[in-house]
Structures are given as C-alpha cells and as structure tokens.
Design a protein around this ligand. Structure first.
Ligand code: ADP
Length: 447
C-alpha cells in the first residue's frame, strides 16, 4: 500500500480523501494556493505545500507545481478529487511519466469519455442505450438540418467537449436550428477550445438517473445502483438521492448490469458514473464521468461502502473489496448541496463565517471544510457543504433532512439552505414526482 499520497484539490473533497487516507494509515499531503493558507484541508493533512497564487489556473491546475510537490514530499500517488485536474488525460500521462500513480482510470479512458462523441460511440458499441441523434459530429448547418429533419424536433445541439451544462443549445423547431447550431459551436470553441458539435433528440420530461460503477482495471467491475439527480438548476444538480424513487430492484439490476459489463469489457479502473436520461421506462446514455462525483456519499450510505478507500486500494493494485452479490441497497439517502450564494438569484456570496454549527445525530453526515472564523475566498466553486442524510426509507430520510437543516448554522454569509427548507414543503418533492425541468419551473414561479 502507498505510504503517502498527495491530494490535488481543496475544500470538502480534499478533506474526504485525507480522512480516508488517515483511516488506511496513509500519510496525506495537501496542496494549496496562497488564498487557502488557512483552509481546513491544509490544517488536516500531515503536510502541506503552497503551489501558487489564488487563481485555480495558477495553483490547483498547475501540473508542474503539483508534480514538484510530490517530488519534494515523497508522495507516491495523487488523488485528484473532482473538478480541477480530475478528468485531464494529459495530466494523468504526466503523472505516470514521473513514476507516480494517478488514483483514477487510465489517460486513455479519460480521453475517450471526455469527448462526448467518442464516449457515445464507445457506449453504443458496448450495447449501452443512447439518445437517438447524429452519427458522430455534425460538420455544417446543412448536415444539421438533415439530422433535425430525420430525428424530428425539438433537438439539442451539444459541444463534444462541453461540460458543467455549458455548450448545449436547444432548437425547438427547424427555424431555431441555425441560431442554436452557431451558438453551440461558438460556445464550444470559446469555452472548451473545440467547436465540434453533435445533435440529439431533446427529451421533454426525463429524470436524470446515473449508475455508479467501479472496476479493478483487470476486467472485473460492479455497479452500485443508481442516483436520481433530477432536481437541477441550469443543468447543475442541487439535490441527489439513492435509490431513485422510480427505480425498482429489477430495473436497477438490468441497467446496472449493462453498465458494469460495459466498463468490465474495457478494463476500466476505479470509480465512474454513467449518466442517463430516463423517460417512459427507457434509459438514454448522455455521458460518463471518469472520477468520483460530488454526490457519491448517497451511494456510500445505502451500500455501506467507502468509495475513496476503494479507489486508493485499486490504484495500489489491490483487488476490489466487494463483489456484486455483496452489494445490497439499505434504506434511502439524500444529499443537498449547500452553496455560498444569495437567493433568489444564486449570486456567489463569499465572506467570513462568524458562526458555524454542523448538524449531527443518527443518519447525518456533513461533508464540509467550514469552521468558525473561516473566510471563504472568492476564487473557487461556491459549494461549501454537502449535507447527507440516511434513513430506513424515503419519508424517513426527508424528515431527517428537515431536522438536520434546522440544526445547521452558517452565519456571516448567505447560503442556499433556505431553498431546501422550502423544497421539503413541496408535494412534488415529498412524492418524488418530478423531472429535470421541475426545479427551474418552480424557481420561476417563486420570483
Ligand atoms: P454536462 O456535461 O454539461 O453536464 P450532460 O450531457 O451531462 O452535460 O447534460 C447535462 C444535463 O442537460 C442533463 O442532466 C439534462 O438535464 C440536460 N440534457 C442533456 N441532454 C439532453 C437531451 N438529449 N434532452 C433533454 N435534456 C438533456
């Protein structure tokens, strides 16, 4: 097993990895920008190295600085967390060229899945059901019209390099195609440096259902059921749960097996998530994320596993510690993402925390890097805490979430906590009867 690993991230996910390492007897190295000198991950790690000035591009994304930090401290492996360098195939290559271990899949798998067109082609070949659409990239407007006429409107034009909900444009009818096509292309170019786009049928009322998979890199893989992440704002998840309120055991086993077979056959290593839209009982693949997801704790809660520990074990060459038949869903878990943002417009709201009290008690997990007196810097993601609750069933988990939200104190800044209290009062949230558009409509109706 590794003796020392470096965590190339910050905030709650850096803590998550440091905690797993400590429980495994592995020393941890934190890296940080000058803006994060007082951050919790720096305090909690065994060692810390300053890797640059505040902007992410000069620190948490600086490959030479991170590799140097490994060399200085003698760390043998790098855990990338999520975001930053977690899905950067070039980085993985550089890590390996320095005889270090990347805790995650191979550069090749990251590259294939990071390009949505090659990801979709690969999944199609592996018998994973996909959204009907263009056969690969669409080079020009004439070709776009052809695809639109063939599959029928509405369609969505997507940048192959897109992510975080950006680079996607809806064309409700033929009239909207020219504008949508050009905008998706230019957004792809300006934000992701790649103007290649493809076209998909736009699904009107789907849920977002994603399957957690895990492979050992040697042809063995399991699935850990689904997460329903249908409550989204601007294509970003805000409330996630496992199991999905509309997925029964048979459906879970079926789609789970399709996914675990697919990743087993490519010798996938580590944690991955295969994302689907789910409508009228059918699954449609949209993308695969080759990293640990923000919402992984709900899966950990219902399956009783430690996904980060498992990632580290597999990266070190150990076998997976669970088999498919060991993995049974137990109860229901919900996560809410608490952001430093001011409602109703979700404006980022960094600043000093004057008082912080985390909820606790049975079935409550708070993943956060906050502390009393901490100043949230303005340079990074606004996610400051994930509140995860676990109960015997969905109504119990909802009641526990309500109780835990009532205990949470974050004074000094505005957060999105009041949103969740309001959502819990909604019948649709109580019954789980919504699709990916429900939250946007609800928010519009509030303002
Ligand atoms: P990103 O990589 O930017 O997250 P995804 O392809 O995962 O993009 O899509 C993000 C979200 O966009 C989905 O969860 C869904 O809400 C919406 N979406 C994507 N593709 C479609 C589609 N074909 N029809 C309807 N909505 C879609």
């Amino acid at each position: 097993m590794f003796k020392k690993i470096l965590v190339a991230n910050r905030g709650e996910i850096a803590l998550r990895v440091i905690r797993a390492a400590r429980e495994m007897g592995i020393a941890s190295v934190a890296v940080h920008s000058t803006a994060d000198a007082d951050a919790m991950h720096v305090r909690m790690a065994d060692e810390a190295v300053c890797i640059g000035p505040p902007p992410g591009t000069d620190s948490y994304l600086s490959m030479p600085a991170i590799i140097s930090a490994c060399e200085i401290t003698g760390a043998e492996a790098i855990h990338p967390g999520y975001g930053f360098l977690s899905e950067n195939a070039n980085f993985v290559q550089i890590v390996e060229d320095h005889d270090l271990k990347f805790i995650g899949p191979t550069a090749e798998h990251i590259r294939v899945m990071g390009d949505k067109i090659t990801a979709k082609e690969t999944m199609k070949k592996l018998d994973v059901p996909c959204v009907p659409g263009s056969d690969g990239g669409v080079p020009d407007l004439d070709a776009a019209y052809e695809v639109g006429d063939a599959i029928g409107y509405p369609v969505i034009i997507k940048a192959t390099a897109g992510g975080g909900g950006r680079g996607m444009k809806l064309a409700k009818s033929r009239d909207e195609m020219a504008d949508a096509f050009r905008t998706a292309r230019s957004e792809g170019k300006s934000v992701f440096g790649n103007d290649e786009v493809y076209i998909e049928k736009y699904l009107g009322t789907p849920r977002h259902i994603e399957i957690q998979v895990f492979g050992d890199g040697k042809g063995n893989a399991v699935h850990l059921g689904e997460r329903d992440c249908s409550l989204q704002r601007r294509h970003q998840k805000v409330f996630e749960e496992a199991p999905g309120p509309t997925i029964d055991a048979e459906t879970r086993a079926q789609i789970g097996k399709v996914c675990s077979d697919a990743v087993a056959s490519i010798n996938y290593a580590g944690a991955g998530t295969i994302e689907f839209l789910y409508e009228n009982g059918e699954f449609y693949f949209i993308e695969m994320n080759t990293r640990l997801q923000v919402e992984h704790p709900v899966t950990e809660a219902v399956f009783g596993v430690d996904l980060v520990r498992e990632q580290i074990r597999v990266a070190a060459g150990y076998e997976m510690s669970f088999r498919q038949e060991d993995l049974q869903v137990n109860g229901h878990a919900i996560e809410v993402r608490i952001n430093a943002e001011k409602l109703p417009d979700f404006r980022p709201c960094p600043g000093k925390i004057t008082q912080y009290h985390a909820p606790g008690g049975l079935g409550v997990r708070m993943d956060s890097a906050l502390y009393d007196g901490y100043s949230i810097p303005p340079y990074y993601d606004s996610l400051i805490a994930k509140l995860i609750v676990h109960g015997p069933d969905r109504p119990a988990a909802l009641a526990r979430l309500d109780r835990a939200l009532g205990e949470l104190i974050v004074d000094g800044i505005d957060t999105t906590t009041p949103l969740f209290a309001a959502l819990l009062a909604e019948k649709a949230v109580q019954t789980g009867d919504y699709n990916i558009h429900w939250l946007e409509h609800w928010l519009d109706a509030q303002n």
